[in-house]
Design a protein around this ligand. Structure first.
Ligand code: CP
Length: 318
C-alpha cells in the first residue's frame, strides 16, 4: 500500500490524478445524496494529537460519505496522557485492524514513524513543521476551480505567481504548498519577518521577501498564514498591531498585487492581524470558503485511492 506522508512523496502526475479524482467528488458532494458506499465495511481511525476544526471534520465527513466506519481518537482523552509512547499507540491502533489511519501530531516526522509500524495506509493530517499534504492538495483544487470559474481554467499553474505570506518558519502548510505549487508549474514567493523565514528557501526554488508591499507586486495569488505562536520559542514575536502594520493584508495593500489577484487562507484566521475582514470576505477575490469545501472532496479522493490496495482495486496507490 501507499501512505500520504508528504507532497514530497508524490510525482506531478499523481498530484494531477488526485485533483482530477477530487473534482468528481466536488460534483458528487453538491448533489442531494452525498453517500457513496465504496468504503463500506472499512474502519478509518482519525488520531489527532493536536487541535483541529477543518481537517478533523472534513476527514470524518469524507470517510462517512464513502461509507466507512470512522472513529476519532482525541489525544487529550487517550492513554497518551498516561505516558504511552507514539509507537505503542501505533501498535495499538494497528491491532484494531484499521483500514486507514489519519494522524495529526505536533512533532515533525511523527506520521512517518507511525506509517513504518502499521499495516494500513497512513495519511498525514499535519505533522509539526513538516508537511500538511491534504491542505496543499485542497488549496491547489480551490485555485484550479477559481481559475476555471473565471474562464482561465488549465490543468496546472504555469505562468502564475503565488505569494505565501506569514509565519513561514513554523508552517507545514507553506512547506507542502511550496512543493505542490511548484510541481504544478507556479512560481512561489515567500514573505515573512526575517525571524520567521527558514534558511535555504532559495534551495527549494522559492523567492524570499521581507517587504510585503514589494512581494505583492506581480503576485496573482496571495495566500496568508497566521502567526503560530504555539510553536515559537525564542523568536521575536511582533505585537498583533505591529504585525498587521507590516504584514497584514488590507484592501489597499491587495491593490498592489496583480489585477483580480485571488486571496487564500488555510484557516484558522486571525482577522485583523494577518488579514482584514473586508479582504477575507471579498466575494470576487477570496476563495477561503471554497478551500474548506474542497477539503472534503480532496480527503474523499485520498481515502478512496489509498485504500485501493486493501480493497483489491487497481490504481496508482494499489
Ligand atoms: N487548515 C487547517 O489545518 O485547519 P485545522 O487546524 O482547523 O484543521
Amino acid at each position: 500500500h501507499r501512505d500520504l506522508t508528504g507532497i514530497s512523496q508524490l510525482e506531478r502526475h499523481e498530484i494531477l490524478y488526485l485533483l482530477a479524482s477530487a473534482e468528481e467528488w466536488v460534483e458528487h458532494n453538491r448533489g442531494r445524496n452525498k453517500r457513496a458506499d465504496l468504503l463500506s465495511g472499512l474502519t478509518i481511525i482519525n488520531a489527532f494529537f493536536e487541535n483541529s476544526t477543518r481537517t478533523l471534520l472534513s476527514f470524518e465527513i469524507a470517510g462517512k460519505r464513502l461509507g466507512a466506519d470512522v472513529v476519532n481518537m482525541h489525544a487529550a482523552q487517550s492513554s497518551v496522557k498516561k505516558g504511552e509512547t507514539l509507537i505503542d499507540t501505533a501498535i495499538t491502533l494497528n491491532a484494531m485492524r484499521a483500514d486507514a489511519i489519519v494522524i495529526r501530531h505536533g512533532s515533525s516526522g511523527a506520521t512517518q514513524l507511525i506509517a513504518d509500524k502499521v499495516d494500513c495506509p497512513v495519511l498525514n493530517a499535519g505533522d509539526g513543521q513538516h508537511e500538511h499534504p491534504t491542505q496543499a492538495l485542497l488549496d491547489a483544487l480551490a485555485l484550479r476551480q477559481a481559475l476555471a470559474a473565471r474562464g482561465e481554467g488549465a490543468e496546472d499553474f504555469t505562468g502564475r505567481t503565488v505569494l505565501i505570506c506569514g509565519d513561514i518558519l513554523h508552517s507545514r502548510v507553506a512547506r507542502s504548498n511550496i512543493l505542490c505549487l511548484q510541481a504544478m508549474g507556479a512560481k512561489v514567493r515567500l514573505c515573512s519577518p526575517p525571524a520567521l523565514m527558514p534558511q535555504g528557501v532559495e534551495m527549494m526554488g522559492a523567492e524570499a521577501f521581507h517587504d510585503f508591499d514589494v512581494a505583492l507586486e506581480g503576485s496573482d495569488v496571495v495566500m496568508m498564514l497566521r502567526l503560530q505562536t504555539e510553536r515559537m520559542s525564542g523568536q521575536f514575536i511582533p505585537s498583533a498591531r505591529e504585525y498587521h502594520h507590516l504584514y497584514g493584508l488590507t484592501k489597499a495593500r491587495l491593490e498592489r498585487a496583480s489585477p483580480d489577484a485571488l486571496v487564500m487562507h488555510p484557516g484558522p484566521m486571525n482577522r485583523g492581524v494577518e488579514i482584514d475582514s473586508d479582504v477575507a470576505d471579498m466575494l470576487d477575490r477570496s476563495i477561503i470558503t471554497s478551500q474548506v469545501e474542497m477539503g472534503v472532496a480532496i480527503r474523499m479522493a485520498c481515502l478512496e485511492i489509498l485504500t485501493r490496495s486493501g480493497r483489491g482495486v487497481e490504481g496508482w496507490a494499489a
